[in-house]
Design a binder for this molecule. Structure first.
Ligand SMILES: CC(C)(COP(=O)(O)OP(=O)(O)OC[C@H]1O[C@@H](n2cnc3c(N)ncnc32)[C@H](O)[C@@H]1OP(=O)(O)O)[C@@H](O)C(=O)NCCC(=O)NCCS
Length: 344
């Protein structure tokens, strides 16, 4: 429990103290003083947290256009996602503008458009990792389906609490889903050694010809990329740590514990990955690749941008890149070196 409390305390302090001042204070204050400040913030707890969150929200309200629920509904309807399908959403609340009603309004809009009107299934990551995947697994933290918070955005954290939402059992990469295919999407995750292998929610998104939707996010944080690594036995290198699979315990909704063995991403391989700062070049390259193929569509949602792509098109596009030796880990030098090699 210590880590989440520390993390929350640090987030609270970061919200009120400007970063240069925080960096300066962190450098000059003795350890004991810093510990006392942390403890003070922790012990005042809830009311301070509430106050800071309201201040952060006020800052967003002052700096971004206001977006209403109705406007979001109209924008999402305009995306014309096929009815009855599964839609897997990556999101950033702030990037949509100042949303009246906050994350709850976005969840409500997604549920209305995708599940209630569209008859489809809405899914989101509710990943719980702190640090790298292997660090989380080695920490021995127990994943609890009911209580482990999602660390991939306010919208996802609210979504997992919605009535009827099912959550897969996975120590780092759980997925939440609502709608007719929610059970099917999440039911087998704890039996998958690879978080994205056959039977996992993201592999099933592909099987069901679902869609990916990015709300206010780019093409860096797209978990679906990893499906290729788990489904293609000929993927040219291992993305996992040599000591994988690592054992982990997950507690399901009824409190029953399950012992899992899970492949952990190797941080040394992930260093240049598309979602990392070092992956900026391949992020642009892959975005342009899907734009040129015509499968990636951009649109406005609220005061931000959104993209959609059929999971099948993304998978086929990644396979085409793989055939040319290009992956989400490739660097500019590797790709340009290859092009030069082909020309010679
Ligand atoms: C990391 C990430 C979630 C951060 O996005 P974000 O918009 O800053 O954070 P959240 O979605 O959690 O929303 C909280 C923010 O919304 C702000 N907010 C609060 N009320 C709001 C409102 N009514 N309207 C808009 N923003 C509001 C909060 O103040 C907070 O911003 P702050 O941290 O600057 O104070 C996003 O960039 C991202 O990567 N999303 C994809 C994550 C993912 O799917 N990962 C899995 C694959 S790796």
């Amino acid at each position: 429990m210590a880590a989440p409390v520390r993390e929350r305390t640090f987030k609270l302090i970061k919200t009120v103290v400007p970063s240069p001042l925080l960096a300066f204070a962190s450098r000059i204050l003795p350890k004991g003083v810093k510990r006392a400040v942390n403890q003070a913030v922790q012990s005042i707890g809830g009311p301070v947290e509430g106050l800071l969150l309201r201040r952060a929200e006020a800052r967003v309200r002052e700096s971004r256009p206001t977006v209403t629920r109705d406007a979001l509904i109209a924008d999402l309807e305009a995306l014309a996602l096929p009815s009855g399908g599964i839609v897997f959403v990556h999101s950033s609340l702030k990037a949509l503008g100042y949303v009246e009603g906050g994350a709850a309004a976005v969840v409500d809009v997604l549920r209305t458009v995708i599940v209630e009107r569209g008859g489809g299934t809405l899914a989101m990551p509710t990943f719980t990792g702190l640090g790298s995947m292997s660090e989380t697994l080695r920490s021995g933290a127990v994943f609890c389906s009911r209580t482990s918070p999602s660390r991939v955005g306010a919208i996802t954290e609210l979504f997992r609490h919605e009535p009827g939402v099912r959550r897969s059992l996975h120590p780092t990469h759980s997925v939440a889903a609502l709608g007719p295919r929610a059970d099917w999407l999440v039911e087998s995750h704890h039996r998958c050694v690879g978080a994205f292998s056959e039977g996992s929610p993201l592999a099933r998104l592909l099987e069901a010809d679902g869609h990916l939707l990015g709300l206010g996010t780019g093409l860096g944080t797209v978990t679906f990329y990893h499906v290729l690594e788990d489904l293609r036995p000929d993927f040219p290198f291992s993305v996992y740590t040599p000591d994988s699979p690592i054992e982990a315990i997950c507690r399901d909704e009824s409190g029953v514990e399950h012992r899992l063995r899970v492949m952990a991403h190797d941080p040394s391989v992930s260093r240049t990955r598309i979602d990392r700062p070092e992956g900026e070049w391949i992020r642009g390259y892959i975005t342009r690749h899907f734009e040129a193929a015509g499968s990636l569509r951009w649109a406005s949602v609220g005061a931000g941008s959104a993209w959609t792509i059929p999971a099948r098109s993304m998978y086929v596009g990644l396979e085409a890149l793989l055939a040319r030796g290009i992956t989400i880990y490739s660097t500019r030098r590797e790709v340009e070196g290859k092009a030069l090699g082909e020309a010679i």
